[in-house]
Design a protein around this ligand. Structure first.
Ligand SMILES: Cc1cc2nc3c(=O)[nH]c(=O)nc-3n(C[C@H](O)[C@H](O)[C@H](O)COP(=O)(O)O)c2cc1C
Length: 130
């Protein structure tokens, strides 16, 4: 899991896919933060992506860096504890211009049943589950 967090942070941007009925949806995301041994992402309840995750928590994300790409398939679980939101906002001070722990909008999810696959054109894929 630490390797996945490191890759996502170094890539800077990953693309998060959700399911919207029978339509895949994808968008750029940046948040990736380990808190209490789980890997979290952050979004806002006002966004379509949040609505989609609550309707169907199965997601996949993809990032690319230095000739290697990472795909992570997982389920997202909302953690509604204030300390989880605070930890995320502390890790991403730039978010604090838009979000706060008590704004009723900020939400964080951790990845559950995650399968991460590191791939490149030159090496066999490596699979990590967490
Ligand atoms: C580089 C980059 C990183 C982003 N990171 C996040 C993020 O971690 N969480 C988030 O909710 N939105 C993030 N966004 C904004 C979302 O991509 C944007 O709000 C998107 O429209 C949300 O998807 P939706 O329209 O399907 O709800 C980021 C945008 C960019 C360009």
């Amino acid at each position: 899991m630490e390797r996945v967090e490191k890759f996502l942070k170094e890539a800077g941007i990953y693309y998060l896919a959700t399911v919207d009925g029978d339509q895949p949806r994808v968008r750029p995301f940046g948040t990736a933060h380990i808190f209490e041994g789980k890997l979290y992402i952050q979004t806002g309840k006002s966004k379509d992506v949040s609505r989609q995750i609550h309707a169907n928590p199965k997601v996949e994300l993809c990032a690319f860096k230095d000739g290697e790409w990472l795909r992570v398939a997982a389920e997202l679980v909302e953690d509604d504890r204030r300390e989880a939101r605070v930890s995320m906002l502390d890790a991403y001070p730039s978010l604090q211009a838009m979000y706060s722990a008590d704004d009723g909008n900020t939400e964080v999810f951790y990845l559950k049943n995650a399968t991460a696959t590191f791939s490149s054109f030159t090496k066999a894929p490596e699979v990590v589950k967490f």
